[in-house]
Design a protein around this ligand. Sequence first.
Ligand SMILES: Cc1cc2nc3c(=O)[nH]c(=O)nc-3n(C[C@H](O)[C@H](O)[C@H](O)COP(=O)(O)O)c2cc1C
Length: 390
Amino acid sequence: MLRFETAGESHGECLVATLVGLPAGVPISLDRINRELWRRQQGYGRGGRMKIEADCAEIVAGVRHSHTIGSPVAILVRNKDWENWTEVLPVENLPGGNDRRKPVTRPRPGHADLAGAIKYNFHDARYILERASARETAVRVAVGAMAKALLGEFGIQVLSHVVAVGPVSLARCAEWEELVALSRKDNVLLGCVDGAVEERMKEAVDEAYRTGDTVGGVFEVVARGLPPGLGSHATWDARLDGRLAQAIVSIQAVKGVEIGAAAEGAASFGSKVQDTIHYDRGESRFTRGANRAGGLEGGITNGQDLVVRGLLKPISTLRRPLESVDFVTREPALAAYERSDVCVVPAAGVVGEAMAAIVLAQAFLEKFGGDSLAETRRNYAGYLQQVKDF
Ligand SMILES: Cc1cc2nc3c(=O)[nH]c(=O)nc-3n(C[C@H](O)[C@H](O)[C@H](O)COP(=O)(O)O)c2cc1C
């Protein structure tokens, strides 16, 4: 089974990931991985940290001569900022090291600071926020790029766009070609396919800048080229909708997930929201009247585009800090402020792509298996024939 783990602190030496279960022979391009890392760093509203970092993946195991070799893949992304933190977060305690710590005793509402400090019994939230930080998503995106490389071999692509920033939202569906064009842009504003709406999204971010506030929003991930039949209705944990929901909500600051037109459906009548079934005799295939289900029925892909949205809360660290309490004095205090983003919706969309790609690659390999890409291809071709003959 395809599985991955990450490790690393926001201001530590690096972020690392291991990815186990990719078949041998998947072509891997560092340029492609780094392009994804670059995309994650973009967007209007990012803070100073993204100016320091220029993320670049190093693969230290599992890929040779630009292909996976069936062994665990180990990837690392170094933190440039580490050079400013060597004395704050050393691996070994240095003489006088306590004076060089940057303790966080005024927990920030909306972060893991307080709950994590209580749970792990630290009277300083530094270690908690170092790991809870979304800096970790850099290496998730690197893993996601490898999952995309596998899916790409079978004609499956995963892209995203921003459908809302604060109160400003895109009121129409985006075309696939628009998402492709967006993913190729070398200057990313807010990742919206409509320039006029994007301009209004920018105004919402500007207002947050002006007032020392932050703003959230919604991204949409679309996967095209999926076969019908990934995931299963048979057991709760095999349902692909549930697995995608977990993956998307696991992204820092994502508080809600929507599959297809779920919210609209909940406010409508049944006759208006199901995707009617038709048959094209010329092409010998089933077709659908719409795709409100977002490509999933009964937790199984149905061959339509898979559409999943992530709803982000506004970033919790405010330049105009919120009320908190100091751990040490127990007195009211303003929450700690660390250099912070104001809006991260486009970046979160890129992370959403990575997480969706990983879940889809898992489901794909569960169904088609294969120790080598050639074997996976054979299995897939056999299944496609079965679908054709159905
Ligand atoms: C790409 C990305 C960048 C983020 N940057 C920041 C940031 O600069 N400052 C901040 O307070 N939160 C940031 N967050 C969100 C926090 O990491 C997150 O709110 C926090 O870890 C608590 O987790 P929760 O909101 O999921 O409960 C970011 C999230 C993402 C997806």
